[in-house]
Design a protein around this ligand. Sequence first.
Ligand code: ZN
Length: 299
Amino acid sequence: MSQAADFTEIRYERPAEPVARIVLARPDKRNAQDMKMLYQLNKAFDRAAQDDTVKVIILSADGPHFSSGHDLSDFGSQVGEHGAPITGGGGFARPGPEGYMAREEEIYLGFCWRWRNLPKPTIAQVQGKVIAGGLMLVWPCDLVIASEDAEFSDPVVAFGVNGHEFFVHAWELGHRKAKELLFTGDSIGALEAKELGMVNQVVPRDQLEAFTLQMAQKIAKRPSVGLRFAKMSVNQSLEAQGMWTAVQSAFNLHHVAHAHNWVLHGRVVDPAGADIVRREAKAGRKSQETTPALPPADQ
Ligand code: ZN
């Protein structure tokens, strides 16, 4: 089977030497992640990591939006259907919270932590909306290059959970902004994300691809061993501050919340959340259309 034929939800490209680019290719679904896409992504990351002719990896997305998060229509897929499990934990098909937690530990927490620790620099190239599980693809990358229209949100507190499953919010945004993002469900724009240190550079939409590739090529001029150990050193400095323990702790609470919602609502999330998020998104769009930006209050 050719390399290209391995992938249907993503593309694996070599836009320039020695750079690999992995592209989310479900723009009709706003690049929502189903299990098939996540296993293909993992396979593509492995391919890039294990190919010694690749020094830097870009993760980009087709269409106007980087990713709208998990594909909620994909609850029927079973771990193992689209590739060998990576966490080795098993128990994926067990009934109740045990099986559901094992599933999310594999396809969300497990993949994110794995991608975060790939031995080569990774750059997320981001445009448009990045919602909830979409952040789980951006945050494991080493650098984030965003276009001016990029915006980031995690509105899932409305669904009765603490946030998406790779809970590095406070590490990415600082603790106060992380709480605002989670409590309100509001988006953070590209420039604000840059001020917060979550985004490295913001560029016009039409320059996003070229700028990102240029940065990847500049990085690739350094020896791979220096890049690999620089990455490990920064990552390990965060781990020394307790990052991995904190992420696991939040993941455990996330599954208390799923179990809670199952008892109360018969579903892993509070079904009222969809209406809240939809209503607020609609109100936000309407105010953008009808209300010009107000000058600061004169006081
Ligand atoms: Zn979950």
